[in-house]
Design a protein around this ligand. Structure first.
Ligand SMILES: Cc1cc2nc3c(=O)[nH]c(=O)nc-3n(C[C@H](O)[C@H](O)[C@H](O)COP(=O)(O)OP(=O)(O)OC[C@H]3O[C@@H](n4cnc5c(N)ncnc54)[C@H](O)[C@@H]3O)c2cc1C
Length: 251
């Protein structure tokens, strides 16, 4: 993807959620002379989050001069001719098209073993203890994005909380006890740090009634990824770009 962005003059990103906003702002921040266009079908980017985050995300896109097209959608992408057609009729010539319109759960691992545990939208159905709803497989647990839970904006924090609940239940089961720990979503899990280019981010926390938002200048392009690898006992991945930054003392 990086190579295709590097070669392109115009890039169209479709989908104004976290992935689309981050890709568009990263690309424009790295290549200010390229024409980066973000197309989103709703009236605001980051529409699943509070108003404050929507406004801050749009400001971040505009600051970098990303062209934002709202309330329109891509109806055709012609890779061979390098054109993207919008519902409004506008045709955009572009060299690279990036689809960020959402992820699909991959629950195929259970499709033969326990098809009843897969919801119509592909998520894995579990009890509050995170055991499969299928009574035949009470020693199988599911956590994270693929799980059908009442989490408004699935994120790493919720996935980690769920993994703790599942691990505690597995320990009980190993001791011959009934798994009793239950996962319940709590609003602090919904904290999001959204990058707006390589050197800016905005962090947002909401309980559905009130919002807190703060803007930060970032020094670490890799957004603390190295720290995560280290916490897993792994050597952080470094490409040439990261290596050069290290030598220049920026990381
Ligand atoms: C652009 C973007 C920004 C985000 N920002 C934030 C943020 O600021 N804060 C936050 O908390 N969250 C954020 N998230 C969400 C966060 O990344 C996810 O919620 C989190 O990664 C979910 O963890 P997971 O373990 O459920 O799934 P994943 O991280 O997707 O891990 C699942 C793993 O399972 C592997 N796998 C799949 N099928 C199989 C199989 N059959 N066998 C073996 N392995 C398999 C996959 O390869 C993958 O490695 C962001 C996501 C995106 C896309």
């Amino acid at each position: 993807m990086q190579q295709r962005i590097a070669k392109a003059d115009t890039v169209v990103v479709v989908g104004g959620g976290a992935a689309g906003v981050e890709v568009a702002t990263d690309a424009k921040s790295f290549y200010p002379d390229k024409h980066i266009i973000l197309v989103h079908s709703r009236a605001a980017v980051m529409h699943r989050f509070g108003k404050d985050l929507q406004t801050a995300a749009l400001e971040g896109l505009k600051r970098l001069d990303v062209e934002v097209i709202l309330e329109d959608r891509v109806i055709e992408e012609d890779d061979a001719n390098g054109t993207v057609t919008l519902k409004s009729g506008r045709k955009i010539e572009c060299n690279f098209f990036i689809n960020c319109t959402g992820q699909k759960p991959n629950s195929s691992i259970l499709s033969t073993l326990s098809p009843n545990s897969i919801s119509s939208s592909g998520y894995i159905k579990v009890k509050p203890t995170l055991q499969l709803v299928d009574e035949k497989y009470q020693n199988i647990y599911s956590c994270g994005d693929v799980t059908d839970m009442d989490v408004p904006t699935p994120n790493a924090r919720s996935a980690m909380q769920q993994s703790v609940v599942a691990a505690e239940n597995i320990l009980l089961a190993i001791d011959g006890k009934v798994p009793k720990h239950e996962y319940q979503h709590t609003w602090p899990e919904s904290l999001i740090k959204l990058t707006l280019g390589l050197d800016r981010s905005v962090t947002h926390l909401s309980d559905g009634k009130s919002d807190i938002l703060w803007r930060s200048k970032e020094k670490d392009d890799a957004l603390m990824a190295a720290q995560c690898w280290k916490s897993l006992g792994q050597v952080p991945f470094e490409d040439d770009y990261m290596q050069n930054q290290k030598e220049e003392g920026q990381v």
